[in-house]
Each structure stands twice: as C-alpha cells, then as structure tokens.
Write a protein that binds this ligand. Sequence first.
Ligand SMILES: [Zn+2]
Ligand SMILES: [Zn+2]
Ligand SMILES: [Zn+2]
Ligand SMILES: [Zn+2]
Length: 157
Amino acid sequence: MCVSCDSCLKGNFRGKRYKCLICYDYDLCSVCYEAGSTTTRHTTEHPMQCILTRSDYDLYYGGEAMTGDQPQSFTCPFCGRLGFTEATLHDHVTSEHSDLSYEVVCPICAAIPIGEPNLVTDDFAGHLAMEHRNPSRDLMSFLISFHTLQQNITGLV
Ligand SMILES: [Zn+2]
Ligand SMILES: [Zn+2]
Ligand SMILES: [Zn+2]
Ligand SMILES: [Zn+2]
C-alpha cells in the first residue's frame, strides 16, 4: 500500500514523509510539511514523525547490516522533541510525560517498515515498554556479561 500526501494528494512520493502523531492517518510530503500545511483538525503545533520512504530506506541500508549510525530517529508525540532512539524515547516519556494519557500515534510503529503505521495508543509509555524495549540490546548485554564471565573463568584457570 502506498502512502499519499494528505495535502497535495501526491502519491508514492520520494524523499521524506512526515506523519502526524496526533491526527489519525495524516501524512505530508516534505514540500507540504515545510509549507506548514494545516487542516481543520491538524495544526503546525502537532508533533510529526519524519519517516524515510521505502526507497530512502533501501538507499541508506543498501541491504547491509544496520550499523550504530541509524538515520531514523523518533519524535516525542507529546512535546515534539526530535532525535530519540527507542530506548531514550521510553526514558523520556516515562520521566517527562507520565501524567499525559491522551491518544497518540506511535512514532516507532509508524517509522519501521514492518510496523503498523497508524497504531494509536492512550498508554504510550506502556506500549513502548511492551513493544519497543529493544530486545536486541538485552541480548547484547546478556552476551557481554556471558563473555565477561567466560573470561573470568579462563583467567582463574
Ligand atoms: Zn504534499
Ligand atoms: Zn495533526
Ligand atoms: Zn516529550
Ligand atoms: Zn509502537
């Protein structure tokens, strides 16, 4: 399914896409985003998640393994701050916005190619904890501790 711009109605555009984290299923192309397009419900105050289109994604990753230098960063749907990772967004939301519980669109689900692009939740911190606690990082820390343990054992022998 291709996404079209909700302002100029251009379909399947190249380049960056911006998705509103407050309005359900509201996407803009970068031209309309920069022009500050609004509707009766959408205002420029709404935080928007910048999403790389599929072709950009392939361009960045080129089929190679992901590195630490990931081009995708996440926007806080409550205050619009940019540049979070899955882990730092969770920390931020639990420490800064634990009192907020209105419905927002999950920026992580919206940005990942296999995600549900319009996942709306009124328990965003809970959703982050359930779905985005980065299991690969936990695996890494497990492997590191296991490796250290092995080294310690070898050192003792
Ligand atoms: Zn547009
Ligand atoms: Zn909006
Ligand atoms: Zn925030
Ligand atoms: Zn999500």
